[in-house]
Design a protein around this ligand. Structure first.
Ligand code: SF4
Ligand code: SF4
Length: 73
């Protein structure tokens, strides 16, 4: 029996947070369909790059314009 190995490619884009401008409101965390962004210890949001698909919902919702969607390096 041959086992298949599935390698999932990461999305080309991802969310990047400007921590200086993040107000830790949690709006991004609430709208992310992938659970890829969370407010860390009430300070600022952090993105789990393995989960983020770059959909941009968090960026649209952010009242502080602290999230940009960028092409992965
Ligand atoms: S870009 Fe989409 S998947 Fe990535 S953190 Fe924002 S809402 Fe979640
Ligand atoms: S929505 Fe914007 S201001 Fe609010 S926690 Fe997320 S990055 Fe910070």
């Amino acid at each position: 029996m041959v086992e298949k190995t599935v390698i999932k490619a990461k999305a080309k884009r991802h969310a990047v947070v400007d921590r200086e401008h993040c107000a830790a409101c949690g709006a991004c965390e609430a709208v992310c369909p992938r659970g890829a962004i969370v407010v860390w210890k009430g300070s600022f949001s952090v993105v789990n790059d393995d989960l983020c698909v770059g959909c941009g919902r968090c960026s649209t919702e952010c009242p502080a314009s602290a999230i940009s969607i960028e092409v992965r390096a």
